[in-house]
Design a protein around this ligand. Structure first.
Ligand SMILES: *[C@@H]1O[C@H](CO)[C@@H](O)[C@H](O)[C@H]1NC(C)=O
Ligand SMILES: *[C@@H]1O[C@H](CO)[C@@H](O)[C@H](O)[C@H]1NC(C)=O
Ligand SMILES: *[C@@H]1O[C@H](CO)[C@@H](O)[C@H](O)[C@H]1NC(C)=O
Ligand SMILES: *[C@@H]1O[C@H](CO)[C@@H](O)[C@H](O)[C@H]1NC(C)=O
Ligand SMILES: *[C@@H]1O[C@H](CO)[C@@H](O)[C@H](O)[C@H]1NC(C)=O
Ligand SMILES: *[C@@H]1O[C@H](CO)[C@@H](O)[C@H](O)[C@H]1NC(C)=O
Length: 929
């Protein structure tokens, strides 16, 4: 149960969700786990066996009321009945009744002592006169009422407009969103996923609407003059969170052609005006349904499926009620991913359900993995642009190699746990083989229909199948493998040292740490189950993805029968497992040389090329590999044209660039960056005419902005030309005709006059224009210049002249931008030094601003020279720092650490760059600076 325990802790720590680090298309939709972590678990002495529920929707006063009869079995002696009921839900305590069902079919009233609503907990407790008897059936009958809200929890109202003739009609609908635990907002219930029982439901609605529910309509009767009661077929056993209905006037999309004879009825609903855009949804869903049916070897488990494109649906994620899925309109119009994910939950989630919120992580991860692989298979990877799993993988590499993963945003922790589980599933799919993996999953759901599962059930099922298929040695279990990856917020790095004479290699594992210092406690105890998949140059074959050997939570293993010294090996190709790999220098150089040949580049698949590059740079950045070797690995990028390989390079250029910003090597680094990027960019510009792929224009604009920053003349001249038009326009404050990507190059490489013009635009910025445009200008005015004169001017007017056109927020932003590059923080530091008294006076009542300034001015140095300057100021102004005393002390400590890095790496970097520049005899005719 180790996994479960960890999951619970994860859930406890995280509330809400933060997804910005991840691309929107990879955003998870379902989230059983984003629930109140302290959700009260009901005692298990009473177990519901079925519900009958009647609910009336009052459209006029936006309320609902109804009654529910819950039949329960007594499993343990008790004298109370605990039910979930949200505070907002009113329960009629006077007319509440409890009955015992006798053998003979009679109902005997049970005496109630009192009824409690527990403060601060969504609980209703009925205390009884006497104990209930074990094994007997009881029924509680409750009347309740509540309000219909606008936000998507419980029962909510949504509005939309629809053209009717030449008018616009205002329409509304009423829909439910019960995931993860909002059923309790609408009726008292056992609101936990594990209680899966049949529901018999009646919904009363205004006549002009219709109602869609989990199951088909059974009968309809007139209720009052203008209201109608719909009785629905009794549901299969379901959890409260998958219950749902929609009362609306949405229209069904006409079915063109016949529904295939053996297919469940599939109906798609939307407002009339969007029907045209949803034409191909049916075909897409049918494809996905077939795909999933094959994967699970189990037909869609219900009699029908309603898919709704819900107008103005405010929820972050779809409502995947069983048999009734509510999407945002645009979600249905995108590719396959979002649709597949919700459909997966119809099997795993609704039919077979996670036992508790903690098990929902693995459910979500399976859905994520399955949706991505389905989407890729169905559209050939168009939707993802090949980015799955790279986007999640890289964020995991960065996050888990920090000194304190998730130190800032705990909500991210939950999200990354889930992503990591997804990557572990991908790893198992590769190493166990697709067949074994699929059969294991099929067995997992078999015999659990209408029941629940826990995380370990998934791993056990995979273990059994792997043993059966001989894909895993008898002594090992997938539980151990998975747990070693999921229970820690860390990943390993594997180091392969080859012994060329013996044709063997020593493989070691340890925790992967990138940010310095690497003083993470207990790191020696962290070990993983790691599959070593090996590709080798003498028998190049990337289709074999099973492990040559597993590192079974041991520090070291030996690989044997490797090729000779003329041939490289690649461990963990295609990022089969989520871990970086380091090699001895000779193997790295074999790889670097091979990638420089056209034949070599064509034989190594894309993800593997990206991995080799990404690993080499990050290992060098972490201090685990010589930069000379890492730079050697980048040489092939001159010929690389695949955006997947290029994407991480921009991050790396940025990271390294910042780090060596202050040193003499920086200029050389910029020349080197230009050399890499120029051929790529010029080629991309040439075929700009053709109907461009999305990735091409993205790559072009990235390459361009990096080149521009590095002083690429054609770009800068173009930027200045456009900028000149702005300077000459009659009313420059009315709008800005210069594209954002041109502004920074002009402020960086352009004249003082051009920069000053920009400054005046910020000062005169009219109220009515978009504030974000002003912010962008201010950020670039501060962050881009390399000349101290520009920065001093900005600091003069904002700090010394006290110009009222700049707010404290503006000034903080300026500090932040200046701390991002050495020209900036150096100028800021000197400005502080020279104007110490005036600035201290200025901020005498603003500790926050003062601290901020000291931090920005001293915190970013990375060399001994910087250390000396800061410590000199520290000594000179001893006792005058006030609240910022500990800030400058922290700065000094950090600089020391960074200096160590610089001392070790800068000479190597510079030497490599010198050699490179010499060899290439690089002209700089196309560049300034
Ligand atoms: C609920 O369970 C009781 C007792 O087993 C049974 O009498 C009743 O018919 C059931 N109701 C529904 C709707 O299944
Ligand atoms: C609950 O039981 C009572 C008594 O049999 C009945 O009047 C009421 O209609 C039932 N409620 C539902 C929702 O069926
Ligand atoms: C499950 O697999 C068996 C054997 O391959 C096949 O005959 C059957 O049609 C499959 N069932 C479904 C629902 O896919
Ligand atoms: C980098 O590549 C060059 C040329 O192939 C080679 O001579 C050199 O040893 C390599 N440097 C490192 C540190 O691997
Ligand atoms: C800033 O102000 C000082 C004195 O107020 C002046 O000497 C200096 O030239 C100004 N610097 C800039 C760049 O405007
Ligand atoms: C804003 O800047 C202009 C131009 O420098 C100046 O004349 C004006 O006084 C400033 N406004 C305030 C409130 O300081």
């Amino acid at each position: 149960m180790g996994c479960l325990y960890i999951f619970l802790i994860v859930t406890l720590l995280s509330i809400g969700s933060v997804l910005s680090w991840r691309e929107h298309r990879i955003r998870r939709s379902i989230d059983l786990s984003v629930t109140n972590p302290l959700d009260t678990k009901l005692p298990s002495d009473l177990v519901p066996t079925n519900y009958t529920l009647l609910l009336e929707v009052n459209a006029e006063d936006l309320s609902f009321h109804g009654n529910v009869n819950i039949t329960m079995t007594c499993a343990k002696r008790t004298n109370q009945i605990n039910l979930h009921a949200h505070h907002d839900l009113q329960v009629d305590e006077v007319n509440l009744e409890v009955f015992q069902h006798t053998q003979s079919g009679k109902s005997m009233p049970v005496k109630i002592r009192r009824i409690d609503r527990v403060p601060k907990k969504p609980l209703l407790v009925i205390y009884l006169q006497d104990d209930l008897s074990v094994g007997s059936l009881y029924e509680v009958r409750l009347l309740f009422k509540g309000e219909i809200w606008e936000n998507t929890e419980g029962l909510f109202q949504g509005k939309y407009k629809q053209t009717s003739g030449d008018q616009l009609q205002d329409l509304s609908y009423f829909a439910t969103y019960f995931r993860p635990n909002h059923a309790r907002r609408v009726f008292p219930c056992f609101d936990e996923p594990a209680y899966k029982v049949p529901f018999k439901v009646t919904i009363i609605r205004p006549k002009q609407y219709h109602t869609l529910f989990n199951t088909e309509l059974e009968s309809t009767e007139l209720y009052t003059n203008d209201k109608v009661a719909d009785h629905f077929k009794i549901t299969p056993p379901i959890s409260t969170f998958t219950l749902g209905f929609v009362v609306s006037q949405l229209e069904e999309l006409p079915v063109s052609g016949d529904n295939a004879p053996n297919q469940v009825p599939l109906r798609i609903w939307s407002r009339r005006d969007t029907q045209e855009n949803l034409k191909d949804v049916r075909a897409k869903i049918t494809l996905v349904m077939n795909h999933l049916t094959n994967f699970w070897n189990a037909s869609y488990p219900l009699e029908k499926l309603d898919i709704i494109a819900l107008p103005n649906f405010g929820s972050v994620k779809p409502a995947d009620n069983w048999g009734l899925i509510l999407f945002k309109e645009n979600e249905l119009q995108q590719g396959y991913y979002a649709i597949t994910q919700e459909l997966v939950y119809q099997w795993l989630g609704s039919w077979i359900t996670p036992n508790w919120w903690s098990d929902a992580h693995v459910n979500k991860a399976i859905a994520g993995f399955l949706s991505a692989s389905t989407a890729i298979e169905l559209d050939g990877g168009v939707e993802f642009d090949g980015k799955w799993p790279m986007t999640i993988l890289y964020s995991i590499y960065y996050e888990f190699s920090k000194r304190y993963p998730h130190s800032r945003i705990t909500a991210m922790k939950q999200e990354t746990t889930c992503s990591k589980t997804e990557l572990v599933l991908r790893m198992l799919n590769f190493t166990l083989g697709e067949d074994t993996f699929r059969r294991g999953m099929q067995n997992m759901i078999k015999h659990r229909e209408f029941k629940t599962f826990v995380t370990d059930d998934v791993w056990e099922s995979l273990t059994k199948q792997s043993h059966l298929d001989n894909r895993l040695c008898e002594s090992a279990t997938i539980n151990e493998v998975a747990e070693s990856w999921i229970e820690k917020d860390r990943i390993p790095v594997v180091k392969v040292i080859r012994h060329y004479g013996k044709q063997t290699a020593t493989v070691t594992q340890r925790v992967y740490l990138r940010e310095r210092p690497h003083d993470v406690p207990e790191q020696d105890k962290m070990l993983w189950w790691i599959p070593l998949v090996v590709a080798r140059q003498d028998k190049l074959d990337f289709s074999n993805t099973s492990a040559t050997k597993w590192m079974k939570k041991v520090k070291e293993v030996t690989l044997e029968n490797l090729p000779n010294a003329n041939h490289f090996i690649i461990v963990n190709p295609e990022e089969i497992g989520p871990f970086p790999v380091n090699y001895d220098e000779h193997n790295w150089n074999l790889l670097a040389d091979y990638l420089l040949t056209q034949d070599g580049r064509s034989k190594i698949p894309t993800y593997t090329r990206a991995k080799l590059l990404h690993d080499a740079w990050n290992l060098a950045y972490a201090g685990d590999l010589s930069f000379a070797t890492a730079f050697n690995m980048t040489l092939f990028m001159q010929y690389e044209r695949n955006h997947l390989v290029w994407n991480p390079v921009f991050t790396l250029i940025d990271h390294i660039g910042r780090h060596i910003d202050m040193s003499a090597a920086h200029k050389k680094f910029e020349i080197y960056v230009r050399t890499l990027l120029t051929p790529l960019y010029e080629e991309l510009v040439q075929d700009q005419q053709e109907e461009g792929d999305n990735w091409k224009s993205n790559l072009r604009s990235l390459a361009k902005s990096f080149l521009c920053k590095a002083g690429y003349k054609p770009c800068i001249e173009e930027a200045q030309r456009v900028y000149k038009n702005w300077m000459e326009s009659a009313e420059p404050d009315m709008g800005n005709p210069v594209a954002n990507q041109y502004i920074c190059p002009v402020f960086k490489w352009g004249t003082q006059e051009e920069w000053e013009f920009g400054l005046q635009r910020v000062v005169n910025f009219p109220e009515m224009r978009m504030k974000s445009e002003r912010t962008y200008l201010l950020k670039t005015l501060a962050g881009c210049p390399i000349q101290a004169s520009k920065i001093n001017r900005l600091l003069n007017i904002t700090l010394l002249e006290n110009n009222g056109n700049f707010t404290d927020n503006d000034i903080s932003l300026i500090f932040k931008m200046l701390s991002g590059g050495s020209n900036g923080y150096m100028a800021l530091f000197k400005f502080l030094q020279q104007n110490w008294n005036a600035i201290k006076l200025r901020f005498k009542d603003q500790e926050g601003m003062w601290d901020n300034l000291v931090n920005s001015a001293t915190g970013s140095f990375t060399t001994q020279e910087g250390y000396d300057m800061v410590s000199q100021l520290y000594v000179q102004r001893q006792g005058e720092f006030g609240t910022a005393e500990h800030i400058i002390e922290k700065s000094l400590k950090n600089i020391k650490e960074e200096t160590k890095w610089s001392d070790e790496n800068l000479p190597v970097i510079e030497k490599w760059l010198d050699r490179f520049l010499n060899q290439h005899k690089l002209g700089s005719e196309k560049f300034i600076g």
